[in-house]
Design a protein around this ligand. Structure first.
Ligand SMILES: NC(=O)c1ccc[n+]([C@@H]2O[C@H](COP(=O)([O-])OP(=O)(O)OC[C@H]3O[C@@H](n4cnc5c(N)ncnc54)[C@H](OP(=O)(O)O)[C@@H]3O)[C@@H](O)[C@H]2O)c1
Length: 266
């Protein structure tokens, strides 16, 4: 696995998160190529991560053991056009695009590729990602994919492709929900008199610390919430208002909307 040749098609935000994760995990033996239309982005990625960047997809694809399709869902069909003629027979083709089905990917690749669908998230950039994969290809292709993903954080498999919509809604888009939470906490801290720097630090470290507790304590989110909520105290006062204002319902409806959007995209 150490000698895998990995090629990214599209060098945008999510590709960068995965590249940073791979580099951060010390997978120096892996050769990483990135095909990306924008010259400024190619320069940035090669300077920052020491990857080989190119403009022509075919140059990146022909020697790749693992091809990671990191373009927007609506760009996928175009990006896969004519790719099958350059692809190695036993190459693993990973798609990270939200909502694009295995059946569509196979048909755009003339039907005979080893497809793995993955839903990563941006904390992969720091090695703290959560990625989920689905594939009906051989075990080798799932193992190769896990090798890449585990360099960027945690990974899980689902055995029904339909589950990828829920995965996208919870962990794929999830970091944005927590950023919104931090944004509102910071703004309210400022309204209550804290300066911007202090309010930003309090919000960020609180989201980080709470996340770390949730992951490392082995306790449920509900349990941990009860633990910090003394009856009649300040947290109780906050949560009462948050429930009254419909915060849990808003989160539920938001997550469901993301899942619905993923279904529409497919
Ligand atoms: N961002 C997230 O949090 C997240 C999380 C999970 C999954 N994803 C998935 O990751 C994928 C990429 O998202 P992103 O946020 O990284 O998008 P992005 O920043 O727009 O990156 C896509 C890059 O691919 C380039 N590109 C477009 N067509 C191409 C082609 N035919 N060949 C080679 N490169 C091409 C784009 O160039 P132009 O700008 O010139 O078009 C752009 O630089 C999406 O499918 C998304 O569903 C994203």
């Amino acid at each position: 696995m150490q000698q895998l040749k990995i090629a990214f098609i599209g060098g945008g935000n999510m590709a960068e998160a995965l590249i940073a994760g791979l580099r951060g995990a010390g997978h120096e033996g892996c050769h990483i190529a990135v095909s990306e239309p924008q010259a400024a982005r190619r320069d940035y990625l090669s300077d920052q991560y020491g990857v080989s960047c190119m403009q022509q997809n075919s140059d990146a694809v022909s020697s790749a053991d693992v091809l990671i399709m990191a373009v927007k869902p609506q760009q996928m069909q175009d990006a896969l056009k004519d790719m099958s003629e350059h692809l190695k027979v036993d190459a693993t083709v990973i798609s990270i695009a939200a909502g694009v089905s295995t059946a569509s990917l196979k048909s755009w690749l003339n039907g005979d590729a080893n497809i793995v669908r993955v839903m990563p998230n941006t904390p992969s950039l720091l090695g703290a990602g959560m990625s989920v994969l689905f594939s009906d290809a051989d075990e080798l292709h799932k193992k190769r994919t896990e090798y890449v993903l585990n360099a960027c954080g945690e990974s899980l498999r689902v055995d029904k492709e339909q589950m990828m919509h829920a995965v996208t809604a919870v962990s794929g888009s999830g970091p944005a929900y927590l950023f919104l939470m931090a944004e509102v906490m910071q703004a309210t801290g400022e309204k209550l008199g804290l300066n911007t720097e202090v309010a930003a630090k309090l919000a960020a470290q609180t989201v980080f610390g709470a996340g770390k507790m949730l992951v490392e304590s082995g306790r449920s989110a509900k349990d941990l919430r009860h633990q910090v909520t003394s009856p009649g105290g300040t947290t109780q006062a906050a949560l009462d208002v948050m429930y009254e204002e419909g915060m849990p319902a808003a989160i539920r409806q938001g997550v469901e909307a993301a899942s619905k959007r993923s279904q529409e995209l497919s």
